[in-house]
Structures are given as C-alpha cells and as structure tokens.
Ligand binder design. Structure first.
Ligand code: SPV
Ligand code: MG
Length: 530
C-alpha cells in the first residue's frame, strides 16, 4: 500500500493515533521501531538539527533533501510540516507535487505569512495570513494534487497569536470549504482550555490534529474525549533527546580527556550498523559480488585463552555479541567460501558448528599454529585460506585477498601483513621494495624473514597478520612434511618456503582492519572495527 493511502486509513479509522517527530533518516527509523504508526517531519526539529532557525531559513529543496532520506529510512507515512507552503499558492503547489513525487503521505500548512517564525515565539496578531489568501492556497494545492490519497492538513494559528476561538472556527470552515482534508489546531497554553473551547465551538466532522507540546500534562484520555481528535503529534521530543544526550556525552569526553567512561553511555557501533541495515548489504554481497567456490579455508583455533582470563578457546570469545569464529565463518560465507575446516585443540568439544569440518590437534599445548596447519594441509585439495582463529579480520580484507589472488597474483602464497608491529605473534618480513605511502602497492613479495623485529625505519618491513592464501597447496603440503613440526613456528615455514624458491606475495592492510586478540582491550578494539 502506498504511504498516502496508509495515512488516509489512519485518518478514517476510529480512534486516535500518535505521530512521533523525526528530523532525519535515523530518527525516522527509530520512530518506526518504537511502534508508532506515523512520523511528524517537524520544521523545528529539522532546522534545529541543521543548526539554523525555524524561520524559513532553509529552502524548500533543502527540506526535500532531508525528507527524501527520512522517507527512504522508514515504511511509515510521514506528515510533513510544510510551514506556510514556502511562498504563495504557486510555491505551495510545487511543494505539494514534489512531496507526492517523493512518496510522502501528507503535508500540513499553517496560516501565517511567509517567512514564518516558530509558533512558540510568535506573538504578533498580524503574523496571520489573510484567510481568503490561505483558502486560495489550499484550493490551489488540492487542484494541483496528482495522486488520489495525498492529505493536506490546514493548520490554524489563531490561538497562537491570540486571535481567539471564533477566528479559528471561522478560518477552519473556510479552509475545509477550500478542500482541506483535516485541521490542525495549535495552542501554546499549558492547559488544553483553548483546544477544548475550539472543539466545543467547531461543528464540522473532520479529523483534527493537535500538538500538546506545551499542554503535555493534560492526559491523552482528556484530549481524545472528542472523537474528532485523531492525530496527536509529539512534535519535537526526539531532537530534544538528542540535544540532552549529545551535551552530556561531549561534556563527559571533554572533561575526561578520553572516551573510556563514555563508552557505556552510548549505543555500540554495532547498533549503528543494525540501524543502517548492514545485514541487508551482506545478503546483497552474496548475491552480486564474485564468489569463490573453488577456494576453501582452514581456521587454526587450537590454542588456549593465553593471557585472557576466560576458560574457552579464543575463537569463541565474543566481539559485539558475536563469537570471533562465527564472524570468520560469516565473512567466509559472504565470499562464497563454504568448505571450511577448523583445527581444534583446547576445549575442542566447545567448537562445534554446523557445516564445518573439524580436525583435532591433540598436542595443542606444546605445538604452534604451523603444527595445526600441517594436520590440515594434506586434506586440502584446492587453493585455501589460512586464518588464525583468534585474529579478527575486517570483511573487506578477505575480499581483497581473494580478488587479488584471482586477478593478479601468481604467487604461491599470499600473506596479509600490516605495517605496524602490533601483532603479538607477527614476524618481521622484509619486502622486495619500499612501501609506497601514496599509491597502491602491487607486486610486493617477501625476500627475508627477519629474526628480530625491528622498527620500520627502512620502509620495507611488514608483519604477518595471520591471514594467508595458500595457492600452491601441493607445495605447502610438501614443505610441511619436511619440517620438524613439533618445534617450529610459522616463521620457519615462511623461511623454508623462501629457501625452496616459492613466491610469497604480500597485501599490506591498514592497521584498523586486523586485531590480534590477546587482551580485553583487543576485544574492545575488534568491536570498534566490527
Ligand atoms: C514543528 O514541529 O515544527 C511545529 C510544531 O510546527 S511547533 O514547533 O509547535 O510550532
Ligand atoms: Mg513547524
């Protein structure tokens, strides 16, 4: 159903409904998730969030830009605060048609002169529009309307400027005769007396909207005794909530000089991703990006918790509520890599997930990752990825290595490395050339494994991250057969590969995309990179 029709149905159904203020795509989405049935696109809130006054300082096209994001972000119908229609009858018609084109449900225009000011600041009687002129504007809008169900609400400002109930009633009649679909009667008193008096004096059977910002203490049950009161607009509470929250968090961070205490006061980054519908993107990735069904993967997850005081394999620690292993599996799945083997060791029984093969490294206590790799290597029958089970990789890195391997690298192995020496078990690898800081580095290969880690003064040292593509799986298996596996490290494997004349390609990742989990801090950091 289109949104204009949805809005009509709300108007025509018995009983009242609430319209909650939103001022951008995010707030519109949050309004919907809370359970509201309609959105009020408040002029006050939109202008405040843009940092300007509610005095027609933004143009109608700037308003349309905001509304487009809002309407895209929610499935709810939006009633737009159209101020005075951004000019005369002609401007109001154009506004209406543009709103229809965007798929907006309804607009409300108020009987003040252009440029208006916010009703709570308005005191001048002569701020009111000429009622004939305003009725003409409504007639023009209804005639310009091209879709069937779009709603035009006529807003009465008589009570705001002290023109009285009689004036409001007279105007309401004129606007309805001109074709308005509903009335909004506004008041800035702290009681509902004005509204009650208006409803007693007004005898047309039409839907009425009210905005109880100032008379917020009056119970809804009282406000809705008159059954014509259909739409109750909570007009600005979201933007005000933002202000309070942002002031508190800014002050806290400024005073503390760090963000440690702030973290618990705010939504996690994962909540932003959820609201941005990241899951939907991942589904699309599966559908539209190149897939790699001819690649398999082995995740080395045999090690114990190390310095972390948890009695579970590190791969099962949660980052943003998701186990690292599950993150890795979903990242692999989104690239179409579904043949996955996990090498287990410490508390092996805890690592059990559907659709993965498992191999147990019973000597996990006394051996290194290379031993686990050697257990898996003879079983790998196609190019495969090797991932350390306790390293958190950003999704795009995996994509990069797969794309790179497919398109341009004829290396036997491709290693994802980082420039900074922060990977606990990383080895310093010397490259065939200096890293190019400005452009994309291509054709990087490892020429030497440095025994000692050194500061990267020469610009040609990188560190292995724990993610590697083993293209030449036969060579890897042969090499692993020859090593004294119980005593060597992954570094020895790389040294040996070089000695055997294999080519080790390198992709240099930014530091933000890889977190080696060794501490609680690392877990938090991994949460940030999501
Ligand atoms: C708005 O939300 O912008 C309104 C309602 O027009 S009020 O601010 O009360 O005028
Ligand atoms: Mg307004």
């Amino acid at each position: 159903m289109n949104k204009a029709k949805m809005f009509r149905e709300l108007l025509n159904t018995q009983g009242h409904f609430f319209l909650m203020e939103a001022h951008d795509g995010l707030s519109a989405k949050i309004v919907e998730e809370a359970g509201f049935q309609a959105v009020w696109a408040s002029g006050l809130s939109i202008t405040a969030s843009l940092g300007v006054r509610d005095n027609n300082e933004i143009s109608y096209t700037q308003l349309l830009d905001v509304l487009e994001y809002m309407n895209d972000a929610t499935d709810l119908p939006i009633l737009v605060d159209g101020d005075t229609g951004y000019g005369n009858f002609n401007n109001a018609c154009r506004l209406l048609q543009k709103l229809e084109q965007l798929g907006i449900a309804a607009v409300c225009i108020e009987d003040k002169k252009f440029p208006k000011t916010n009703s709570f600041l308005e005191t001048k009687l002569d701020a009111l529009a000429d009622p004939q002129e305003f009725a003409g504007k409504i007639r023009a809008m209804k005639e310009a309307q091209r879709t069937k169900d779009f709603t035009v609400v006529a807003r009465l400002e008589s009570l705001i400027v002290g023109a009285g109930v009689e004036d409001a009633v007279r105007r309401a009649q004129m606007y309805l005769d001109a074709g308005a679909d509903a009335i909004l009667v506004h008041s800035k008193r702290s009681t509902s007396k004005d509204i009650d008096d208006f409803l007693s004096a007004f005898d047309r059977q039409v839907p009425v909207f009210i905005v109880p910002t100032k008379y917020y203490t009056v119970p809804v049950s009282h406000l809705t005794r008159d059954k014509r009161v259909r739409g109750i607009i909570w007009a600005n509470q979201n933007v005000r909530a933002c202000v309070t929250a942002m002031q508190a968090i800014c002050q806290r961070i400024y005073d503390d000089g760090c963000i440690t205490n702030a973290e618990g006061m705010i939504a996690p980054v994962s909540e932003l991703f959820r609201l941005q519908k990241n899951e939907e993107y991942l589904e699309m990735e599966k559908k539209y990006l190149p897939m790699y069904p001819n690649v398999s993967a082995v995740i080395l997850a045999a090690g114990g918790p190390g310095a972390l005081d948890f009695s579970k394999p590190k791969a099962l620690l949660k980052v943003n509520g998701k186990r690292i292993l599950d993150h890795q599996l979903s990242v692999l799945a989104s690239a179409g890599v579904s043949d996955i083997t996990v090498v287990r060791g410490y508390k092996s029984e805890e690592i059990q997930t559907d659709d993965i093969k498992v191999i147990d490294n019973d000597k996990w206590k006394d051996t290194n990752a290379v031993y686990s790799l050697a257990l898996a290597a003879p079983k790998m029958k196609q190019p495969y990825l090797m991932l350390y089970g306790d390293v958190f990789f950003k999704r795009y890195l995996l994509r990069s290595i797969l794309d790179y391997s497919e398109e341009q690298s004829d290396a036997d192995f491709i290693l994802v490395c980082v420039k900074e020496d922060y990977i606990k078990s990383g080895y310093a690898l010397k490259l065939n050339k200096k890293l190019d800081v400005f452009g994309e580095d291509t054709d990087l290969t490892v020429t030497e494994v440095c025994a000692e880690k050194e500061p990267d003064a020469s610009g040609d040292i990188v560190y292995f991250s724990g993610l590697m593509m083993i293209k030449n799986y036969d060579a890897a298996a042969a090499l692993l057969r020859e090593l004294d596996l119980e005593s060597v490290h992954m570094a020895n494997f790389i040294v040996r590969a070089l000695e055997d004349g294999l080519t080790l390609g390198v992709i240099v990742s930014s530091q933000e995309a890889v977190v080696d989990i060794n501490s609680l801090n690392d877990l938090m950091k991994a949460g940030e990179i999501g």
